[in-house]
Design a binder for this molecule. Structure first.
Ligand SMILES: NC(=O)C1=CN([C@@H]2O[C@H](COP(=O)(O)OP(=O)(O)OC[C@H]3O[C@@H](n4cnc5c(N)ncnc54)[C@H](OP(=O)(O)O)[C@@H]3O)[C@@H](O)[C@H]2O)C=CC1
Ligand SMILES: N[C@@H](CC=O)C(=O)O
Length: 408
């Protein structure tokens, strides 16, 4: 059997898909049980001068109208026109494979439903964790367990930037430029540094694990832009690393999800994750902790995840029935202020005593950054931290930062 592939969007990931496909073609065909080839590459810019020039077209309708095309790989990114292209491909009876987490997080439930109606697959292994096999294990292998919590370092760019800034003293701008040069960053890197990309990824993981669509507007999201060297130094003196963590957990009152920078013990599984690497911890009441680890961004790792979906789509031919979730009304996630964690508070040295009493300091950090004091509190809800910060303000105590401390 012959199946033709069309790649839509020939940027970092799309070009990686073509390169890895031709490099590993015999193994990919053997696993898919079919002869495969890339017939079209759709991009707004010409591919003249590349080895793929004769496959290039600007006209997506050509792909839709060609019965030979069995799989459409969507690597444009963003919602439009990727949303429109994906629907047209699915309705034309073609499998769609994507790395586009913004689209999956925004319209995943609908696209999965359209795929099911047309007996094809909508697959997105590359949308979370780059090259880490994560989506498939979550819905297939871990499907039976009662998963209480998923937490992870979900953005390669920010982890890379923080590693370079705080371990190699690189400036934020230089580190970001290097992440872009390496092909890690989003087309608009604000999505990385402001936490939106990690938010989209935790939405996808939550939807898979808990079976209801979690939308990005439900998830409280903070990025890394306010993290300072003094935060990192104080955390380190206390035995912690600062990481951007996306997490969702099941509480008695419902699900709580958020993205924020947080302290994790240096000796912990997440505390050790550096550079572009991602790690996702899945915690289950029967399962205990399972960790997924690998390169979270970049051309070849992401392309390899995309191609694993191409193989599945061709081999399974529309029969991957368990991947999916119900649509929901933007009301799946509870109030993030109910989340209870430890907190590390930094204040000017002059405010150490008053702040320590107010927040109920449990352990002073030593050495604190010069001219400052820092301490760890007991367990506090987000709401209590807000109230205490407001009280501190009224009492003339300057809270320099209050960062969550997590037990992963
Ligand atoms: N880079 C990474 O490490 C990873 C990326 N992803 C996701 O994969 C997707 C693609 O990312 P990436 O490859 O980095 O992005 P790029 O910006 O490098 O690639 C997107 C490509 O699509 C082209 N394009 C834009 N609009 C259209 C259109 N209407 N029709 C056809 N082509 C179009 C762009 O052209 P032009 O440049 O001219 O605009 C560009 O060549 C995104 O959703 C991203 O979030 C997922 C995992 C990892
Ligand atoms: N910009 C993203 C790319 C992969 O999803 C990241 O840095 O993680």
């Amino acid at each position: 059997m012959d199946t033709k592939i069309a790649i839509i969007g020939f940027g970092t990931v799309g070009s990686g898909v073509a390169e890895v496909f031709y490099k590993n073609r015999p193994a990919i065909e053997r696993k898919a049980g079919a002869r495969l080839d890339v017939k079209y590459i759709v991009d707004i810019k010409s591919l003249e001068g590349t080895p793929y020039a004769e496959k290039w077209t600007k006209d997506f309708q050509q792909v839709v109208d060609d019965p030979e095309v069995g799989v459409v790989v969507e690597t444009i990114g963003g919602v439009m026109p990727a949303y429109d292209f994906s629907k047209r491909a699915l309705r034309a009876g073609k499998h769609v494979v994507t790395s586009n987490k913004e689209l999956v997080a925004t319209h995943g439930a609908e696209l999965l439903r359209i795929a099911e109606e047309h007996n094809v697959n909508y697959l997105f292994e590359a949308s979370v964790g780059g090259g880490i096999p994560l989506i498939h294990p979550l819905y297939q292998c871990l499907g039976a367990g009662d998963i209480t919590e998923v937490a992870g370092i979900l953005n390669g760019t920010t982890n890379f930037i923080m590693t370079r800034m705080f371990e190699d003293q690189m400036s934020f701008e230089e580190a970001l430029k290097l992440a872009q040069k390496n092909g890690y960053a989003e087309a608009n890197p604000a999505a990385d540094v402001e936490g939106k990309d990690a938010c989209r990824k935790i939405c996808i993981l939550s939807s898979i694990v808990y079976g209801k669509h979690v939308y990005p507007d439900e998830v409280h999201t903070e990025g890394i832009t306010k993290i300072t060297l003094n935060d990192v130094q104080a955390a380190s003196a206390a035995g912690y690393a600062v990481r951007l963590i996306g997490r969702v957990k099941k509480e008695k009152s419902g699900l709580i999800a958020m993205v924020s920078p947080a302290l994790v013990a240096k000796s912990s599984q997440l505390g050790n994750v550096s550079d572009v690497f991602n790690a996702v911890l899945v915690r289950g009441s029967d399962l205990g902790d399972v960790l997924f680890y690998g390169r979270g961004a970049g051309k070849s790792p992401t392309a390899s995840a995309v191609l694993s979906d191409v193989v599945d789509a061709v081999r399974e031919g529309g029969h991957i029935p368990t991947l999916g979730w119900e649509d929901a009304n933007h009301d799946t996630i509870g109030d993030y202020l109910d989340d209870v964690t430890g907190v590390m508070v930094r204040v000017p040295a002059r405010d150490a005593k008053a702040a320590g009493e107010l927040f109920g300091a449990k352990r002073m950090v030593s050495p604190a950054p010069e001219g400052e004091a820092a301490f760890l509190t007991g367990m506090l809800s987000g709401r209590m931290v807000q109230e205490l910060c407001a009280k501190a303000g009224k009492a003339g105590i300057e809270v320099l930062s209050a960062l969550r401390v997590l037990d992963y």
